[in-house]
Design a protein around this ligand. Structure first.
Ligand code: ATP
Length: 284
């Protein structure tokens, strides 16, 4: 099973260097989020309120969560995470209470970033809202955003794959009034992402990362990460027969010789599909 993110985590160790192909996005976020978090006095001096909420939108697996962690880390801010679908409680009022609690903790721990993943599940368009419970949750979120003291050094970053599916009221001034679009990476973006995910990986000389970035059209960051993971598994499979597993330890020379090869990547490519293409095909 996937590793379950705790509801909130404090400090993170992700840096901007752990994000590939997002140079301009990082510049935008630094200006919108890092600057006001680090130097609130700058905005105060100018008599303007720093941004409260930033909406990140882009397809799944493009690094939105990782980006939010990186900004928090690089701004020396505490990081709090709310996962839209997970916050939905069953008991009456439970989801609103959870939301209030996290806002309160984040405000207390400021400077903080509160990241709301899949905000569309918390705040779908009013017309599409199913029940009373959802209506109350949207209202609670709006109240919490509006109630943030201007001096509280807290920025709320929300992510969605479907910007057209969220309640318009969320985008009013003082709420999520800034937007950053994250796209599917191009070839050079994929090259950067590959570099990041093979950083600690011993590669055979025949591996050509530039070529791999050319042939992975439609792959997003999460797909590139899956590809390198699969290639590593291929390498492990290849050396298994050479191991005498009854000994319980792997001889150091075997570890020394272990490399991920071009063929490992080619085999991995047969199994990893670009998620963007999957979506296009499902929609078509
Ligand atoms: P979702 O919308 O599905 O939550 P997301 O956009 O938040 O996805 P992340 O959860 O940040 O994406 O990314 C998933 C994983 O994919 C990351 O942990 C990382 O390994 C890899 N990844 C995604 N984008 C990038 C990127 N731009 N650079 C490096 N790695 C990336």
């Amino acid at each position: 099973p996937e590793y379950q993110e705790p509801q909130e985590t404090r400090r993170t160790d992700v840096t901007y260097d752990d994000l590939g192909g997002l140079g301009e996005t990082i510049d935008q976020l630094r200006e919108m989020v890092e600057l006001p978090l680090r130097y609130p006095e700058l905005f105060r001096r100018l008599g303007v309120d720093p941004p409260r909420g930033v909406l990140l939108h882009g397809p799944p697996g493009t690094g939105k969560t990782r980006l939010a962690r990186a900004v928090a880390n690089e701004s020396e801010a505490q990081f709090f995470l709310i996962n839209g679908p997970e916050i939905m409680g069953s008991a009456y009022g439970e989801s609103e209470k959870r939301l209030r609690d996290v806002f309160e903790q984040a405000a207390k721990a400021a400077p903080s970033i509160l990241f709301i993943d899949e905000i569309d599940s918390i705040a779908p368009k009013r017309g599409q809202v199913q029940g009373e419970a959802e209506k109350r949750l949207v209202a609670q979120l709006l109240t919490l955003m509006d109630g943030l003291e201007p001096r509280t050094n807290l920025v709320v970053i929300a992510a969605t794959n479907r910007p057209d599916a969220i309640d318009e009221a969320l985008r009013r001034p003082g709420r999520f009034d800034r937007e950053i679009v994250i796209g599917v990476p191009d070839e050079s973006g994929r090259r950067e992402i590959l570099g990041i995910h093979t950083r600690g990986m011993p590669l055979a000389e025949d591996v050509d990362l530039a070529e791999l970035s050319r042939t992975t059209f439609g792959f997003v960051g999460a797909d590139m990460a899956a590809l390198t993971r699969e290639a590593a598994i291929e390498a492990v499979r290849r050396i298994m027969p050479k191991l005498n597993l009854s000994e319980g330890t792997i001889p150091p020379e075997v570890l020394d010789e272990l490399r991920v090869t071009r063929e490992d990547f080619n085999n991995a490519l047969k199994r990893v599909q670009p998620s963007a293409m999957r979506e296009v095909m499902v929609q078509a």
